[in-house]
Design a protein around this ligand. Structure first.
Ligand SMILES: C[S@@+](CC[C@H](N)C(=O)[O-])C[C@H]1O[C@@H](n2cnc3c(N)ncnc32)[C@H](O)[C@@H]1O
Length: 370
């Protein structure tokens, strides 16, 4: 028997085939958690081998010696369970293990189910949205919704981008995008780019305009001074340089010459936006903006002074019939966005036609042009 350390107390898990991306993901997690694992492959030379603390070769599942070799390996290594992301191997094992080795089970669900569950959920969400459209009052004529595949793509691709955007807010963003004038979409606070991706896709789906993301991507600007320090503790574990790199990875594939960013705090970004139309970055090239805003999404620093400054600096660029979305209006860690949002509502009541809270965000539509 090979010598390897058995960790975590649980019986070792056999990962087969060991070189698939899901296998390597599982291996990494197991090693982190101290779970003993053994990798296996049917290839004569598998480059994944060196990543595993223990390794063995098994015949291909189609070969006559497979069952006996597997049984031997399970006994040699005292294997407790098997992880297999290969749909054919998984399906075969799900049938034969009960007979061959009744005490040894498959650790993972059917690979096809796992790979497709996110797509199925996205398609269901799209159909649901089309079947039950949000009855939204608006002063701008409603564009017809894009078809189910476009909506499903939006839900699915947003799902794989890390970040915060609750489902209710997501659905309302889809609806206001159908009911807004033309113009730029500006986001204050983009971080890894989840909501930026949603806005970028909606901008394309409904031909609204171009997306400008304004974010300093700096750790200093993450400090919220939230009441119990819970948010700031997590922020300290994040890296702003990495966040910008992740943002670019997430947005670049969807940029049809209509996405760019200013790496600036929002008030400085507003000065740039007010003074010139062009924004240039190495990653996205040059983008020319309209200079007026159809949708303003505010999700920057949530301290009261910062949220207030965002609304003051950017609110006047929003055109008649345009929308302002104040994220985290309902926020358990402080009341900055709520106070700033309420003050904006009060101070601008003559300009506002529609205002409501959905999910955690405040949505405001300015009056339409006379
Ligand atoms: C909650 S995150 C944004 C999350 C993002 N909208 C999403 O979809 O996951 C808050 C962001 O605000 C940014 N931020 C902080 N201070 C800012 C400021 N003064 N101007 C613009 N953005 C700011 C932070 O860098 C951070 O990226």
């Amino acid at each position: 028997m090979n010598s390897y350390e058995k960790g975590g107390g649980a019986k070792p898990v056999l990962i087969f085939p060991g070189g698939m991306p899901r296998s390597l993901e599982f291996l990494e997690r197991s090693l982190r958690e101290g779970q003993a694992v053994i990798g296996a492959s049917s290839l004569a030379h598998d480059t994944a081998r060196e990543k595993y603390p223990a390794w063995l070769r098994l015949p291909f599942v189609t070969e006559p010696g497979f069952d006996a070799a597997l049984k031997q390996a399970v006994s040699d290594y005292d294997v407790g369970a098997i992880f297999s992301p290969n749909p054919v191997v998984w399906d075969y094992l799900s049938r034969v293990l009960k007979v061959l080795m009744p005490g040894v089970g498959l650790l993972n669900d059917a690979p096809v189910e796992r790979e497709l569950s996110g797509y199925r959920a996205a398609r269901a969400q799209a159909l649901d949205m089309l079947a039950k459209p949000l009855p939204l009052a608006s002063n701008v004529a409603t564009r017809p919704s894009v078809a189910a595949p476009e909506l499903a793509a939006l839900f699915r691709h947003a799902e794989v981008i890390p970040g915060m955007c609750d489902h209710e807010k997501f659905c309302v963003l889809c609806e206001i995008a159908r009911r807004c004038p033309g113009g730029d979409l500006v986001e204050i606070g983009s971080w890894w780019g989840k909501s930026a991706f949603i806005l970028a896709r909606l901008a394309r789906c409904y031909g609204i305009g171009k997306l400008l993301c304004v974010d300093p991507w700096s750790n200093a600007h993450l400090v919220q001074n939230d009441q119990q320090g819970l948010v700031d503790r997590v922020s300290e574990q994040l890296d702003a340089e990495e966040a910008l790199a992740v943002f670019e990875i997430n947005l670049l594939p969807y940029n049809a010459d209509h996405v760019n960013y200013l790496r600036l705090p929002s008030t400085e970004g507003a000065l740039h936006y007010g003074a010139r139309r062009e924004v240039v970055t190495t990653a996205f090239g040059q983008t020319r903006y309209a200079g007026h805003i159809a949708i303003l999404h505010i999700d920057g620093n949530h301290r009261y002074a910062a949220a207030k400054a965002d609304l003051l600096a950017w609110g006047s660029f929003v055109v008649a019939g345009g929308w302002i979305v104040v994220d985290d209006y309902v926020w358990p860690y402080g009341d900055g966005p709520q106070r700033a949002g309420d003050e904006f509502l009060f101070e601008n009541k003559e300009r506002i036609d529609v205002a409501f809270v959905m999910g955690s965000a405040l949505f405001i539509q300015l009056c339409a042009a006379l």
